[in-house]
Design a protein around this ligand. Structure first.
Ligand code: UDP
Length: 314
């Protein structure tokens, strides 16, 4: 198997590279390193199963030789990033998806799109099932990510229906684990690093909004199962265990034994009030469900951030 992963130097992309190399795939990782990092893939450099191409997939993608799978994971994914890079986010979700689909079509390869729970926007249905069409503000600041991913899903289905490309769409819910960046901007890494540095923990709004956090190894497992399945319509992959953001902040203080205080900051525009995946379809079709409890996942992630912060200080 020869698999192209766009965004392969990112948080989830790099875990996928590792997973597929263990499954004996040859992996071609393409990343322009806008939000991805060479540190995430440096351990794979020199491995003859791994090739890295530094390239922006919003421009035409050229890959030599045969390709069996194209996994399109390139995109800024933290609200903090897509507010800083709105045009790049729109381009990689639209032109990047078009180019990745074009590559899959020309190589007669399978294609898998990394979509997101953000396609549901600020949802009015709870938990979110795949047949819910969502509640997205197209012109709000988050619209650049949400609408790009909604367009990407439409484009993927069009290539499937019109060009017969063998496609998959995974809707990824909040995911965490090692290789998230210290300055990622998302709640979980922010809270963990703030707690470790005894800084104030910044809860946006009153912290009553909810999210459901999936450990990265569970996610990658689900994505692989989806790739092997025959499912063309979107499938939610995430952990349904839902928490309020305030509860997450408190858990972080307990976990680290930190002296940090919780402070409250304004809620960002269009911040979803609630989020929880309905994973009935993944359970049924893929025989998949998450196995790592938050307590376990958080302690693995804690070790990673401790080491990273220690190294940054050296
Ligand atoms: N959030 C927070 N403090 C932070 C970062 C985020 O309270 O320092 C909140 C954010 O407003 C949202 C939730 O935590 O309600 C999850 O945000 P995140 O950026 O992790 O991802 P999202 O699920 O919104 O894409």
């Amino acid at each position: 198997m020869r698999t192209v992963i766009t965004g392969g130097a990112g948080f989830i992309g790099s875990h996928l590279c590792d997973y597929l190399i263990k499954k004996e795939h040859e992996v071609v990782c393409i990343d322009n390193l806008l939000t991805g990092k060479t540190e995430n893939i440096v351990h794979l450099m020199g491995n003859c199963q791994f090739h890295f191409i530094k390239h922006n997939v919003s421009d035409y993608i050229y890959v030599d030789g045969h390709v069996d799978n194209v996994l399109h994971f390139a995109s800024p994914a933290s609200p903090f990033d897509y507010l800083e890079f709105p045009i790049q986010t729109l381009k990689v979700g639209s032109l990047g998806t078009l180019n990745s689909l074009g590559l899959a079509k020309s190589k007669k390869a399978k294609f898998l799109l990394a979509s997101t729970s953000e396609v549901y926007g600020d949802p009015q249905v709870h938990p979110q099932r795949e047949d819910y069409w969502g509640h997205v503000n197209p012109v709000g600041p988050r619209g650049v990510y949400d609408e790009a991913k909604r367009f990407a899903e439409a484009m993927t289905m069009a290539y499937h229906r019109y060009h017969n490309v063998n496609t998959r769409i995974v809707r990824i819910f909040n995911t965490y684990g090692p290789r998230m960046r210290v300055k990622d901007g998302r709640a979980l890494p922010n809270f963990m690093c703030q707690a470790l540095k005894s800084e104030d923990i910044t809860v946006f709004g009153d912290g009553s909004q909810t999210r459901s956090f999936c450990y990265v190894s569970d996610l990658v497992d689900g994505i692989y199962k989806l790739l092997l399945s025959d499912e063309h319509v979107p499938v939610n992959i995430g952990n349904p265990e839902e928490v309020t953001i305030l509860q997450l902040a408190r858990e972080m203080i307990t976990l680290t034994g930190s002296k940090s205080k919780i402070i409250f900051k304004p809620l960002p525009v269009d911040d979803p009030r609630i989020r929880q995946p309905d994973i009935s379809r993944a359970r049924k079709i893929l025989n998949w469900e998450p196995r790592i409890l938050r307590k376990e996942g958080l302690s693995k992630t804690l070790k990673y951030f401790k080491d990273t912060l220690d190294n940054n200080e050296k």
